[in-house]
Design a protein around this ligand. Structure first.
Ligand code: ADP
Length: 535
């Protein structure tokens, strides 16, 4: 007997499947960009794809070969979308440089990635000059907008030769992003066509981010941060209208854009939504938003209070968790049908968790004893495996981040409840070790941010002569609110063991943040390291 083989076509899962479809079937879909002077420009998927193909041919004409890296230093706008498609269509790899990093760091990652050409916004040329002064080397600098002494992007496109675009393989690299380097040097993650296509398909699913052609999507999350969480690809795949904020990320500008373009889905880190909530509370009648506006929030934990506050304003926060190494989607939290009729407190508790993994992500929580039970108590590290999860870093850096059985070690600590909902409790690097016991700083922060007077709170471990480390809570109050240290300690005492309660509560003006809007705890630890030193 002969063995059976599949009779199906072996079509490579490459990004041109999305790009061609956007042009041919979603061509009139709108792409709106806010410019530095606040003007709005409008174009279509048809025009974006046509220009992306021209960019691809121009890059080939400029000698860019398969697998070469081409950098972008840009805000979110339609030319950045052209680069997202055009660079991979040339067979090259898009390296989105993070403009919030120090010029030395940008120069480091550009050289680590071996970027040959950079496409840069005119308003960011002064930053690029600093990157170059810090040792960044690019063969060509191509400027979108007013070129000054550099080569104009429009002329680069206009000069595109009649080159054929390469046939792509699904395992070809498509884009690279660097981790923020909170621990050690930034490390490169290189996404493939296949990983990106599969991530795009799953991200759009109703139980994941739930995006479709009828949506208008505003990615506040920068396109230089994990490919704006993959949302530009999802928008092009579904044909959803895209609205880009350019450099204007202050709450009133974002609210004007959300209301003016009738946005249905927006995505950003918790700080963005905190600012939006405050602006709306300060001027409740100023903005007419789409009823039911959905906001995807991730990057750091979404405080439960924020989810409640937005419900009050008629908007829905959707909490998701991910990482640069995970493209980024790893968990999404939606109330499951069996809890739809549960009491309000339970439903909010579920929504404030990080959630359950989407299809194709194999997620485990493991400690020394093995996979943790679903008791919502035992914690362990989150390990992941899947087609859009990094199997290594560029240049083979940090191989210890993978287990011998092929899982990526996320460095995040979590527990899991009986319904399968994951609750992050800390990053391993932020855990506090006091008298031989572990204290999870994020759990304390999440609870403190539930106090009505607290806007934001960070809890850090500070060296202590007797206990090795003790927690210290740093907090920012809401405008006009007051709360004493005793009151905050009593608030936490109701829900945590005594030894978890911070030894000190200090009000500060602002919590320092990383380029991606996360609390910069290393800086806080430095600032407070002598707090318990014997005098
Ligand atoms: P980096 O790891 O370089 O700081 P990433 O953007 O890849 O940059 O950050 C991933 C990390 O961000 C996760 O490992 C996790 O600690 C944190 N994170 C992301 N989403 C959430 C979330 N919803 N809740 C809590 N932490 C989150």
């Amino acid at each position: 007997m002969t063995s059976t083989t599949s009779t199906m076509m072996d079509v490579p899962l490459t990004i041109d499947l999305i790009v061609d479809r956007a042009e041919r079937w979603m061509g009139d879909g709108e792409v709106v960009s806010r410019r530095p002077d606040k003007r709005l420009t409008r174009t279509t998927y048809r025009a974006v794809v046509e220009r992306a193909r021209r960019l691809a041919r121009a890059l080939i004409g400029a000698g860019i070969a398969r697998g070469d890296r081409v950098a972008t230093l840009m805000w979110n706008h339609s030319e950045h979308l052209e680069a997202y498609f055009g660079i991979p269509l040339a067979g090259a790899v898009t390296h989105t440089l993070n403009l919030r990093l120090h010029p030395d760091e940008i120069a480091y990652v550009a050289s680590d990635a071996g970027d040959r050409i950079v496409i840069v916004d005119d308003v960011l040329v002064p930053l690029l000059d600093k990157v170059i002064a810090a040792g960044g080397r690019f063969e060509r600098v191509i400027v979108v907008g007013n070129p000054g002494d550099h080569e104009p992007y429009e002329a680069f496109l206009a000069g595109a030769p009649d080159a054929a675009l390469p046939l792509l393989a699904e395992t070809d690299p498509l884009a690279t992003c660097y981790t923020s380097g909170t621990t050690g040097k930034p490390k490169g993650v290189v996404y493939s066509h296949r990983s990106t296509l599969l991530h795009t398909l799953v991200a759009a699913l109703p139980d994941a981010l739930d995006l479709s052609r009828g949506d208008t999507l505003l990615p506040v999350v920068p396109m230089f941060h994990v490919n704006a969480w993959g949302l530009p690809y999802v928008a092009a795949m579904t044909g959803a209208k895209l609205v880009f904020p350019g450099p204007h990320l202050d709450p009133p500008s974002l609210l004007d854009l959300l209301a003016g373009e009738r946005v249905t889905v927006a995505a950003g880190v918790p700080t963005i939504w905190l600012g939006i909530r405050e602006a709306m509370d300060a001027a409740p009648d100023r903005w007419k938003l789409m009823p039911g506006l959905r906001m995807i929030v991730g990057g750091s934990a979404a405080p439960e209070q924020l989810i409640r506050d937005f419900d009050r304003l008629g908007m829905t926060l959707l909490h998701a968790w991910g990482m640069t190494e995970m493209s980024p989607l790893g968990l999404v939290s939606r109330v499951p049908p069996e809890l739809a009729d549960a009491d309000e407190a339970t439903r909010y508790r579920i929504r404030a968790r990080q959630g359950v993994p989407p299809p194709l992500v194999d997620l485990r929580i493991r400690n020394e004893a093995g996979d943790v039970p679903r008791d919502d108590k035992t914690s362990g590290e989150i390990l992941c495996r899947g087609p859009w999860i990094a199997g290594s870093y560029f240049h083979g850096a940090a191989p210890e981040k993978w287990t011998t059985d092929g899982f990526f070690r996320t460095g995040d600590v979590a527990r899991i409840d009986q319904h399968g909902f994951v609750q992050l409790t800390d990053r391993i690097a932020d855990l506090i070790k006091s008298g031989g016991e572990w204290i999870a700083s994020q759990e304390l922060e999440n609870a403190l941010m539930g106090h009505p007077a607290v806007r934001e709170a960070a809890v850090i471990g500070v060296p202590h002569p007797k206990w090795s480390e003790r927690p210290v809570a740093l907090y920012v109050l809401k405008p006009g609110a007051t709360a004493s240290a005793d009151e905050l300690r009593a608030f936490l005492a109701a829900r945590f063991p005594k030894f978890w309660l911070p030894d000190a509560f200090e009000e500060i003006d602002a919590i320092p943040r990383t380029s991606a809007g996360k609390f910069r705890k290393t800086e806080l630890r430095q600032r407070y390291q002598g707090h318990f030193a014997p005098r």
